[in-house]
Design a protein around this ligand. Structure first.
Ligand code: GLV
Ligand code: MN
Ligand code: MN
Length: 411
């Protein structure tokens, strides 16, 4: 009989939420900042207290292993991330990490003994905040990103990942982070849905069949600055006005793709020099584009490129885009989906097969192992904001189904 300790799980979620760089309830934990390092140390201690063997790789991915009787066999993995974007909530990523740990503790307490090892994996920098690219840890684990390219990534202060990770205490060879494709026999990520469908349909669990494909760009618009009083309108080459047109063109490209599944977001707009009485001479934008269909996403990207050219010509500004990533979607494993479904049926829990529009580390682990994801509802679909909320009973249900499925796959 498996018992999920709801009180322990919720109090740990609360405790982790208090490790934040900003005033609670907002959570900000950017990779390799003091808050992230403190949260990592706290997590390591929780894993060791649970009797797991903990190791960290050169980029800080953390593995906590419950050795199975068949040590040489590929492991069954579960996990997610604990880094958080600026002004986030306390459930994104954390439910999969602390839920994964609680699932393992419940299995240990029940007397279950796995044949294949069961391993909790806490990925480094799922969020793109610091280095511009999301899923840094899993891109390296899956060999999607080379050690060289990763080491050269820079943050907004110009510090390279190579330097920043070493200062954070993670030395070692980035080349050795990659896992072989027989490391995991299965990987399951528990996560809040980050959308409204489960709540709207009053379904307690979602089983992910596919993860949508993300892409992102950094755009630099350069015009000509100057005095806000002295330069007359016909003489202006205002970078922000050009950027504003581009932002609306990006929105139009996504809205008119022909499918509700296309989304595009400009989440960062840095204006230089940022003075009331100075014409913006330079603007940096971030662009995030996603779709369940790779070809349609790429059509939208080409439309954005065409809009950049025409706005640049019309307004006499330069617009340069740097492609940070453009990833393919991932299909989840039918065998793991079936194992999750069996556990749901056993507990008479209704579930919804669904696509994940947000990306997750599972998108990349899918390149080296069979993966699936289990979603729990979150209030109003809110995520990436401090009022993100998931109900205790939903988190516990997800953790129970995760635990049973880990057990089934590790036998
Ligand atoms: C991950 O946080 C995402 O942006 O989908
Ligand atoms: Mn997130
Ligand atoms: Mn997440």
């Amino acid at each position: 009989m498996l018992t999920i300790d709801q009180d322990r799980l919720l109090s740990e979620i609360d405790a982790l939420a208090r490790i934040t760089a900003v005033e609670p309830p907002a959570v900000t934990r950017i990779v390799f900042t003091p808050a992230d390092l403190k949260a990592r140390a706290w997590m390591r201690a929780r894993c060791e207290d649970a009797g797991l063997r903990v190791r960290e790789d050169a980029v800080g991915n953390t593995f906590a292993r419950w050795e199975g009787s068949h040590r040489a066999a590929p492991a069954v993995g579960t996990g997610s991330h604990i880094d958080a974007i600026p002004n986030a909530g306390k459930y994104d990523g954390v439910v999969g990490v602390l839920g994964g740990l609680e699932a393992i503790r419940a299995l240990r307490q029940s007397g279950f003994r796995p044949r294949s090892s069961i391993e909790l994996l806490i990925f480094t920098a799922e969020e793109p905040t610091r280095f511009g690219v999301g899923c840094l840890g899993s891109r390296l684990l899956s060999g999607t990103l080379t050690a060289d390219a990763a080491g050269r990534l820079t943050d907004s202060d110009g510090a390279t990942l190579e330097i920043v990770r070493r200062e954070a205490g993670f030395g070692g060879d980035l080349e050795r982070v990659t896992l072989t494709d027989c490391y995991y026999k299965a990987f399951i990520e528990l996560h809040i849905e980050q959308g409204p469908l489960l709540e709207r349909q009053q379904i307690p669990l979602g089983i992910v069949t596919k993860i949508a494909s993300p892409a992102s760009l950094r755009v630099l618009v350069e015009g000509s600055g100057g005095h806000a009083g002295g330069v007359l309108m016909p003489d202006r080459r205002d970078a922000l006005c050009a950027a504003a047109e581009l932002i609306l063109a990006i929105e139009t490209a996504a809205r008119t793709s022909g499918a509700i599944d296309t989304v595009a977001t400009v989440g960062i707009c840095d204006v230089f020099p940022g003075a009331v009485n100075s014409i913006p001479g330079r603007v940096r934008l971030s662009v995030d584009i996603r779709d369940t269909d790779l070809q349609r996403r790429d059509i939208v990207m080409r439309a954005i490129e065409a809009a950049s050219h025409s706005i640049s010509a019309k307004r006499q500004v330069s617009i340069n885009s740097e492609l940070l990533n453009a990833d393919a979607p991932a299909d989840c494993s039918p065998a793991i989906i079936e194992a999750l479904s069996q556990s749901c049926r056993k507990h008479e829990l209704n579930f919804l097969p669904m696509v994940s529009r947000p990306y997750h580390d599972s998108l990349f682990i899918a390149r080296i192992a069979p993966v699936a994801m289990l979603f729990t509802p979150c209030r109003s679909g809110y995520s990436h904001r401090p009022d993100e909320y998931a109900a205790p009973e939903d988190i516990v249900r997800g953790t129970l189904v995760l635990a049973e499925t880990l057990a089934a796959l590790s036998e």
